[in-house]
Ligand binder design. Structure first.
Ligand code: WT7
Length: 651
């Protein structure tokens, strides 16, 4: 945050036709929520969800922080996303898919409805998947990822999508933790012009401890040769053809789990974030209307992978819940060149484009001249998510991609929040490059201290949400204690624990919120969230490694990079360098995936620890940045260690 930031006002063209046109309309919504919180959510839920049976309570706080919303109500999320649109939009494009090789597929609402129903019948009839069963989906970015997710929702199975870039071991952990009955995958997909394989990763994952998995369903995407385990493995494409396109949508309770999505925390193993049916879909839908200003004729494109929450909420559930058209792209954004995405924006006349700062920086760096080759005039709103956006990237996005006419919605949220929490509204909020601006109506996000006092402008504090909201995480799958201790133990307001995000933030003089980044041991590499503890555990598996500490180092392209301090076993330091470096990255790739590979590995004689043995990461973060160490090091177990580390880093 700097004094000199410029403010950009919504253009007349955008504001005039926006769903929320100005600050007055925005204030009306905010005040409505402030004056009658439950009444506000009650109105939205009644107006926006097609209930099978009405709820009898808006918010149940009896068992806080295990809040319940819209209890007693029944609905079905696949019905909400498909069936209710068949009356007015059956022939409207629901999904526009483009494969990396250039193959295209457009699914209308009616076609998608058929495919989802056939798949739902297949899961139910052949594989005996029932309400509440967990289904792991390990898929490339192809329409069948969306179809199988919606098929689960239709029959009440709980999907757990695992990002296709995760390793077989990471996949195995998630299968076991969720006790999944089935895994849905593909033979492979296309990346960088070449076919790559997914199915062998599943085979590897299921080798140990996955007795819960009864069947594996394989979507044929690139026809590569893969192994089939008889009695366990089935080809989707053949089987699904025999199923009926009629499948009743299972009436679900508002609070039944809709999906699990694993994410990294500051300790040990990933957490299975559990989301609900009604609260989740309501907020996905509202934020599509408010933040992305979705209109009937709009084509919306979110470039995330369905394996992340952004893909769940803003490729699939949000756009379809509002009856919109969503674009899905299989491959890498710079294939065959850095103009690929802009070519697609032109071709599909994309209205809203939503991506991550890391991709904006990459496309700026490797393809600054590309946007000029395409007609980007269809764009109306640009969005960003995942990490704070730096002013340079912001300005390029705003001027070059948006033609200085499209507001940028910098949306702050998390896997746990289900949907946007802090974001501008494109027709109403004056924006400042790098600020997510204000909480959305109904969302009580505040920057406070541990006792719940609101921070003054310029003072860093904890970014908390002080009232429950409908799309919030319900629990950590199988670990309610960890849910409470991870999210409800850092701050209290009026003596009551409130949700803490793990992020720090600060207000400016005008009350704009600026996210300063994680305050826990979670790092953000190219918009991928990783626990330093997870990476440390992987590196610790290398035979030659005695001790390891991982920190995030600011990186111009990726936001943060993985920086590892490694203490080798024994005196023999000659074995270090290249072979250990390779081994370390091999083990990270095996246990987590290539996204977690270390960008820098420094061999050091020891780690800075307090006398009680706690590693002083703050010192390590400063050293990684090359900063002067200003902290008092005299309380360290070995006060000379900082100098020694510095000396070894210069070698
Ligand atoms: C963390 C959540 C939910 C979207 C994808 C990431 C960081 C997210 C912003 C933003 C600054 C942001 C936070 C947050 N983050 N959006 N607009 N500005 N930081 O989801 O993997 O659950 O990560 O991403 O640090 O806690 P996630």
């Amino acid at each position: 945050m700097s004094e000199s930031v410029q403010t950009f006002f919504p253009s007349r063209e955008v504001a005039r036709r926006a769903n929320i046109k100005n600050m007055c309309e925005y204030q009306d919504l905010r005040l409505e929520a402030e004056e009658n919180y439950e009444g506000f959510w009650d109105r939205l839920a009644r107006e926006n969800i097609d209930w099978f049976e009405p709820y009898n309570k808006v918010l149940d706080e009896a068992n806080a922080p295990f809040y319940k919303w819209f209890t007693g109500g029944k609905l079905n999320v696949a019905h909400q996303c498909l069936d209710r649109h068949l009356k007015d939009r059956k022939n409207k494009a629901a999904i526009i898919f483009e494969g990396e090789p250039g193959d295209k597929r457009v699914l209308t609402y009616l076609e998608l409805h058929y495919e989802v129903n056939k798949t739902a019948n297949l899961l139910k009839n052949k594989f005996k998947i029932q309400k509440g069963d967990r289904v792991v989906i390990y898929m490339p970015m192809i329409p069948e990822a969306a179809i199988t997710m919606l098929a689960c929702a239709r029959i009440g199975a709980i999907h757990s999508v695992v990002f296709g870039g995760f390793s077989s071991e990471a996949l195995r952990d998630r299968v076991i933790d969720a006790k999944a009955k089935m895994v849905i995958t593909a033979d492979g997909a296309y990346r960088r012009g070449k076919p790559y394989l997914l199915k062998p990763m599943v085979d590897e994952a299921l080798k140990e401890g996955c007795e819960c998995v009864e069947s594996v369903l394989i979507v044929e995407r690139n026809g590569q040769d893969i192994d089939y385990v008889p009695g366990r493995d089935y080809v989707y494409n053949e089987l699904v053809e025999n199923e009926s396109p009629v499948c009743e949508a299972e009436p679900m309770e508002s609070e039944d789990p809709l999906f699990l999505l694993y994410t990294s925390g500051s300790t040990g193993k990933p957490k299975g974030v559990q989301h609900s049916q009604a609260g989740y879909i309501l907020w996905a839908q509202m934020t599509m209307k408010w933040v992305f200003d979705m209109k009937e004729s709009d084509t919306f494109w979110c470039t995330a992978d369905v394996g992340w929450i952004t893909g769940h909420t803003y490729i699939l559930y949000g756009p379809l819940a509002v009856g919109g058209t969503t674009v899905m792209y299989e491959g890498v954004p710079v294939y065959p060149d850095a103009g690929r995405l802009w070519r697609m924006v032109e071709e599909y006349k994309v209205d809203q484009f939503y991506t991550a700062p890391t991709l904006i920086r990459l496309l700026h760096k490797v393809g600054a001249d590309e946007p000029a080759k395409y007609d980007l005039s269809s764009l109306r709103i640009l969005g960003t998510v995942g990490e704070p956006i730096n002013p340079d990237a912001w300005m390029w996005y705003y001027d070059t991609i948006g033609g200085s006419r499209c507001p940028i919605v910098d949306t702050w949220w998390q896997t746990e929040t289900g949907g946007h929490m802090i974001s501008p509204l494109p027709g109403a909020t004056p924006i400042k490059p790098g600020s997510a601006t204000f909480p959305l109506p109904g969302i009580c996000a505040e920057v406070i201290d541990e006792e719940g006092n609101k921070k003054a402008p310029g003072e860093k504090g904890l970014l908390c949400v002080t009232k429950p909201w409908p799309s919030m995480i319900r629990t950590i799958w199988g670990d309610p204690d960890r849910f409470e201790s991870s999210y409800f133990s850092a701050a209290k307001v009026d003596g009551k624990p409130v949700y803490f995000s793990g992020d720090g933030a600060v207000y400016d003089e005008e009350g704009y919120i600026w996210i300063t980044g994680r305050v826990d041991d979670v790092i953000n590499v190219s918009g991928h969230r990783m626990g330093t503890a997870e990476i440390e555990a992987a590196i610790g598996n290398c035979e030659k490694v005695a001790e390891v500490a991982v920190v995030g180092k600011p990186d111009a392209l990726k936001g943060e990079s993985v920086f590892a301090y490694v203490v080798l076993k024994g005196e023999d330091t000659l074995i270090k360098e290249m072979d250990v470096v390779q081994e370390i990255n091999k083990v990270i790739t095996k246990e987590i995936g290539p996204i977690a590979k270390a960008d820098a590995i420094k061999f050091v004689p020891g780690l800075p620890k307090t006398r009680s043995g706690k590693i002083m990461r703050r010192i390590l973060r400063s050293l990684a940045k090359g900063e002067e160490i200003t902290q008092d090091v005299s309380t360290l177990e070995d006060p000379t260690i900082v100098d020694k580390i510095q000396a070894s880093m210069k070698e």
